[in-house]
Design a protein around this ligand. Structure first.
Ligand SMILES: [Zn+2]
Length: 241
């Protein structure tokens, strides 16, 4: 049973189209609580929230949209690569990433749509227009790079990832995410060469100056970590030169 929220209330709420509005106050309270506590408690709070959604996405008993905006209609030719890190311990599953980004990206946007022509989606069931084996998915990255250098495809390149915190950039970029927390460290040479190889093979058209960290397009985040700009971005670019 959940220690930090009323699981029964949440289980009832997710049976409604607007579950993200019904749970919004609880979610804000929990995030505040996480912020005010130490890393251990904060981790436990987030773990409970994400596990709850991961379980229910798996069970299929959370209401999601059957139709909605075709978010990918604005997809542009890819001219930019955005580098991220998960800021989590290595070994994240796509299911966990899916639950996290449903909550942190889609639920937040549906609760408060930014563009005038999208205001009407508030309260509607969340729809991503992205599917994996006929299940709707919400992760926002195109690639996940593991710490042994292995690369995993998440979104297709013709799908827009809600990842950069900037819609215009999202429309013309792909997101490569490293499966680790690099807030205060750098990836190994193996991982850096794996990113370089991926870019060389799949996105040779992208200019070197358009290979950027998440933090370079969105100043609100430090992703992909504090050493990106001072250390490993240069290593990556040098391999690609
Ligand atoms: Zn990021």
């Amino acid at each position: 049973m959940s220690k930090y929220f009323d699981e029964q209330k949440w289980s009832e709420a997710i049976q409604h189209n607007d579950w993200y509005l019904r749970l919004s106050d609880d979610y804000k309270r929990l995030m505040k609580q996480a912020e005010e506590n130490n890393k251990e408690i904060s981790g436990k709070i987030k773990e409970e929230i994400y596990q709850f959604f991961e379980n229910h996405l798996e069970k299929g008993d959370i209401v999601l949209g059957k139709k909605g905006p075709n978010w990918d209609k604005e997809r542009k030719p890819i001219d930019t690569i955005i580098i991220h890190h998960t800021k989590n311990p290595p070994g994240i599953t796509w299911q966990r990433l899916n639950a996290m980004q449903l909550i942190r990206l889609y639920a937040i946007y549906y609760a408060s749509p930014y563009y005038e022509e999208e205001k009407h989606i508030k309260g509607q069931a969340i729809f991503s227009s992205h599917f994996r084996n006929s299940h709707q998915i919400f992760y926002a990255y195109h690639w996940l790079v593991r710490m042994d250098g292995a690369t995993e495809k998440l979104l297709d390149d013709n799908q827009i990832g809600w990842q950069a915190g900037n819609w215009e950039v999202n429309c013309r970029s792909v997101a490569i995410c490293l499966d680790n927390d690099f807030e205060n460290s750098s990836p190994s040479d193996l991982v850096i060469s794996s990113i370089a190889k991926l870019i060389k093979e799949k996105y040779p058209q992208v200019k070197l100056e358009n290979i950027v960290g998440h933090r370079e397009v969105n100043p609100k985040t430090t992703c992909p970590g504090n050493e990106f700009l001072t250390d490993w971005k240069l290593k990556l670019i040098n391999i690609l030169k």
